[in-house]
Structures are given as C-alpha cells and as structure tokens.
Ligand binder design. Structure first.
Ligand code: GDP
Ligand code: MG
Length: 371
C-alpha cells in the first residue's frame, strides 16, 4: 500500500490513526503494545506510537521502544493543550518509518480528547490522517468503583466518569481478572453513564476480543462523534489533589543485580507509604543493555513484566520512575527518594546522575476545540 508521501502525489493514502484514551492504569499502554504486536505479526502492518504525559522521561515511551516500535512523546502535558506538537510528532513518525497505523495514548487524566484532539485531527488533516473512532479504555477491575456515583457527583471520580462520555467505543479491560458477575456489574454501570456507546469486554493479557478491536482498527471506519463543550475547571480540584513524581537515573551495579528483585522491592517500599486507593499508577522500569523489566502498581495490585534478557545484569543501567498518587507532591518526593535510596543500597547499586521532578498536574487548557 502506498503511504502518504510527496513523491507519489497521485496515490496518497492517509495514515490510519487510533487514539486510546482512558484513566490512569486502565491498561492503555499494554493494549496498545499488544495491538501493535498483533498488527505487525499477523496482519503485516507497521505501527508507530505516540505517548503523552507531563514529565521528561516516560516509562511508557521506554517500554514501547523496548517493544520495537517507533515512538514519539509529547511531554508538556495533555495532547489537547499541545495540539501543534502532537501533529508535528505524528508527521515526524510518518516521515521516519511510513507506518500503516499510529496509535496515540493521551495522559490518563485527560478530559478533552474528543473535541480537542480527535475532532481537530479528523477535520484539519483529512489527507494525512484517517482517524478511527475514539476508544476509551476502562479498567474492568475498577469500573464500578471509579464510575458509579450513587449519591450524585462524588468528588475524586469526575475524571474517569467524564472520559467515558467522550468515547465512541468503550474497551472494558483486564477481563482475564473478572468473574462473569463483575463483568455484568461493570456493563450495567457503563450502560447507565454512556447508554449509546458500544462496549467491548477485552483483555490484552488473554487477548479476549482483541479481534473485535482489530476489526475496527483495520476497517476504514472513522470517528464521527460530535464533541460536547465542557468547562475544564470542573476537573481542577480533582487534579489539584494529585501529585506526580518522576525520576530517572543512571545506576551502577557493583555486582550482579537482580532486576526483578530491585523493582519489586522498590515498589513494596512505596506501597507501605500510601493507602491503596490513593495510588493512581506507579510505574518503574529498569533497563540495561542485556536485560530490562517494568513494574506497575495500580491501587494495591502490582505486576512485574520481564521484558528482555534474563533477570540479572552488572555494570550500568537506567532507572525510570513515574508515579501518580493522590498525595502532596512534597510527600511523594520524600517517600520516593527514600525508597530509591534504600533499594539501591540493599541491592548494592549506586545511583548516578539522578534527575527528578514533583508537581501537581496542570489543569487542562485545550489549544482548540472543534466540532
Ligand atoms: N490482568 C491484566 N492486567 C493488565 C491488563 N492490561 C494491563 N494490565 C496491567 O494494568 C497495569 C496498568 O497497565 P498500563 O497498560 O500501564 O495502563 P495505562 O496507564 O492505562 O497505560 C499494569 O500493571 C498492567 O500489567 C490485562 O489485560 N489483564
Ligand atoms: Mg500508559
């Protein structure tokens, strides 16, 4: 298939564009990576990725690079507030590798993706990008708790509830961990919040219903939902109650360092400092030339993913950590600095050139809004 290039102007094919939204820890990155791998291996498609967050080194970006994708990231906050850079990155992926499909994952707290990213992309650049219906991933293991609002609006849960109202398809994730009754309960809640939106119950892990998602991705169905204008100040309090902590460091292992033990031990220390329901998503990745692993914690659920090579390395490695917790940024910094220092000491590693930042996520100020 000819890609969009200035060379073959008679036969331009816009790049298929998929946006996967959804809350912190919902399963967007895991699903994007799985879809990308299946598209590559079973359908012969090349896939590139755009990641997004506020921070300067992202676990998601490192993870996607490790999985062999071309990746660009938008680091200054939500795509919706950085639309120019978002388009620039998409174009640069097209000129780098001419991907068949670009998958973009906005920051988990984004609330203006349909009107400020998906709709502008589809109406301003129809010759360059063919935008698929907007998918919003909802964590199947938290759907009822995050979205159900028995006494009206529950502060602290506005963001995930709003996100599903923007969706053209809802992807109810992590079905491998759900009983039939839990799926029914989650579907009931979603149906009440977004009665006209189709829901696909899926799992990146067991690949349940991945074919349904792939069918949409591989079709030429396009996004068409009309965005509703929303006062973004509604979400300001919820954002102000959260803290972001990002760290990246070079690390020197004195002897043989057990990567899994390192990330697990670091995460356990963090878990003891904060109540589970305050943990939006904490991600840590340790990368060396011969081995790497990523670990994620959402509430009190921890998961290690060995990515490359064996369990051990010696010499130099790189540590990347992104934490999103409902806590004061200063408390996050103290707890994480201590956890990193203690873990390094315990495993006989020295931390070199550590860079870190902690802050409250920016309120969103979308660059534009389009119907
Ligand atoms: N059991 C299970 N866990 C999953 C699945 N997808 C993602 N996860 C886990 O959920 C956590 C958050 O996933 P991630 O993709 O980073 O979420 P994101 O913040 O939305 O990008 C990680 O610990 C993943 O391993 C799934 O299909 N099944
Ligand atoms: Mg992610």
């Amino acid at each position: 298939m000819a890609r969009y290039t200035s060379m073959d102007s008679g036969d331009k094919v816009p790049t298929r564009f998929v946006v996967l939204g959804g809350y912190l820890g919902a399963g967007k990155t895991t699903l994007a990576a799985t879809l990308g791998k299946v598209l590559r291996s079973k359908h012969g498609k090349s896939v590139a990725i755009i990641t997004n967050d506020q921070g300067n080194v992202l676990v998601d970006t490192e993870y996607m690079k490790d999985a062999g994708f071309d990746v660009k990231d938008v680091l200054g906050g939500c795509f919706c507030a950085n639309f120019g850079e978002f388009v620039k990155n998409a174009r640069s992926l097209v000129s780098m590798g001419r991907p068949d499909i670009i998958i973009a994952e906005p920051i988990g707290t984004s609330t203006a993706i349909l009107g400020s990213v998906v709709a502008p992309l589809r109406s301003m650049y129809p010759d360059e990008f063919q935008v698929a219906p907007f998918f919003v991933v909802v964590d199947g293991t938290r759907a009822a708790e995050l979205i159900r609002r028995p006494q009206g609006l529950v502060p602290g849960k506005l963001i995930p509830s709003h996100q599903i109202t923007e969706a053209e398809y809802i992807l109810l994730s992590k079905a491998d961990r759900l009983e039939e009754g839990e799926i029914e309960e989650a579907l009931g809640v979603l149906n009440k919040e977004a009665p006209d939106t189709p829901v696909i119950v899926c799992s990146a892990l067991s690949r349940k219903n991945l074919d349904q998602i792939l069918r949409i991705v591989l079709s030429d169905r396009v996004s068409s939902k009309e965005p509703r204008e929303v006062d973004q100040r509604m979400f300001a309090m919820e954002k102000a109650s959260m803290g972001w902590f990002n760290a990246h460091a070079r690390l020197m292992a004195d002897g043989r360092l057990d990567i899994n033990a390192f990330v697990t031990s670091l995460m356990r220390r963090v878990a003891t400092e904060f109540p589970p329901d305050t943990i939006g998503h904490v991600k840590v990745m340790l990368i060396s030339p011969t081995a790497s692993a990523k670990m994620s914690m959402v509430e009190d659920r921890m998961q290690v993913e060995g990515l490359k090579g064996g369990r051990y390395f010696s010499g130099e490695g790189k540590l990347v950590l992104n934490a999103r917790v409902s806590a004061a940024p200063g408390d996050l910094r103290k707890a994480f600095e201590r956890a990193i220092a203690e873990t390094a000491q315990e495993s006989g590693a020295q931390m070199l050139e550590m860079g870190e930042a902690c802050f409250t996520p920016k309120p969103e100020a979308p660059s534009l809004f389009m119907k």
